[in-house]
Design a protein around this ligand. Structure first.
Ligand code: SAM
Length: 281
């Protein structure tokens, strides 16, 4: 595994240990913020609970899921997806030849789902025929990898920033399984005539009411399936400990009838972010 291999993970702590030890020096020492994360003595100890993404010795490419692979890049392991449009890049991702296929390396510093996989997230809800409602599409970095996976499905991509929407339209011209929708994710009724029932709701809108937005969209479009919620604690309340915010957001999901399946803190790829996977059945 590589230099940035995540070594500690909060796992399924139900929100109790998300940031234990955070910002706490030992013996009066200041936090060692100038050191690389893995060398900081005050980093949360729970990170070592899950091994993260590993590969068999001697292998450079291994399957991970439908149209998904693990690739070795030097000393690092990365997720990758089979390029739907061989020869084309969406951001500055690396392309790797694998037999007749071309793989796009999924950058964990640019996409939170790649970070979650590297942190040991075992729930991979995207299948070849999945119908996905993606809220907070931006210019389509993560969506492009989901589009690689759901080759017989569809990704409804909701975004309210016109600038990002322009990039998304260009992406959808090349990738026919992406349906761009210029709309506010807080108002699912406004796009209900464009979106049918889905198997996955992916929420990455970084608004203060992240869990409520998820629930509203789950109720509107997903009678059964998986919610992927990327919580950005700093967008909800900068004055609160992230652990408290993560627990509150998960409380909203649970009270709305969702079952929490997995949680992953996204350090060191994203600070104060957590991935929550929840099921509706
Ligand atoms: C963190 S970025 C998403 C990054 C993207 N998910 C990715 O991984 O490639 C959040 C995006 O959500 C969009 N957004 C924020 N609030 C929104 C809302 N209420 N409705 C739709 N989009 C929203 C922002 O414009 C921004 O592009």
């Amino acid at each position: 595994m590589g230099n940035d291999r995540p070594r500690r993970n909060f796992g399924n702590s139900g929100g109790r240990n998300w940031d234990r030890g955070r910002d706490r020096g030992r013996g009066g020492r200041p936090p060692q913020r100038d050191r690389p994360y893995r060398q900081q003595r005050d980093r949360p100890r729970q990170f070592d609970r899950h091994p993260g993404l590993t590969m068999s010795p001697g292998k450079n490419v291994e399957p991970l899921g439908p149209n998904m692979f693990k690739v070795r890049e030097g000393t690092r392991v990365r997720p990758a997806t089979k390029n739907l449009i061989p020869g084309s890049r969406v951001y500055d991702e690396r392309l790797i030849k694998h037999g007749d296929d071309e793989l796009r390396v999924w950058d964990p510093f640019r996409s939170k789902f790649s970070a979650a996989i590297l942190k040991g997230c075992a729930s991979l809800p995207f299948k070849r025929d999945s119908r996905v409602l993606y809220l907070g599409a931006a210019s389509g970095t993560t969506i492009s990898h989901i589009s690689d996976i759901v080759t017989r499905g569809v990704v409804y991509a909701v975004e309210f920033a016109p600038r990002s929407m322009r990039d998304l339209f260009r992406l959808a011209e090349r990738r026919p399984n992406i349906v761009p929708i210029l709309a506010d994710a807080r108002k699912p009724a406004r796009y209900s005539d464009l979106v049918g029932p889905v198997d996955v709701v992916y929420q990455d809108v970084a608004q203060p009411d992240q869990a409520d937005i998820s629930v509203a969209n789950v109720r509107a479009f997903m009678p059964e399936g998986t919610l992927v919620l990327m919580i950005k604690a700093r967008s909800i309340d900068v004055s609160q400990q992230p652990s408290k915010i993560f627990a509150e957001q998960m409380g909203i999901l649970k009270r709305s009838g969702l079952a929490i399946a997995e949680t992953r803190h996204l350090m060191p790829f994203e600070k104060d972010h957590a991935a929550v996977i929840a099921r509706v059945s």
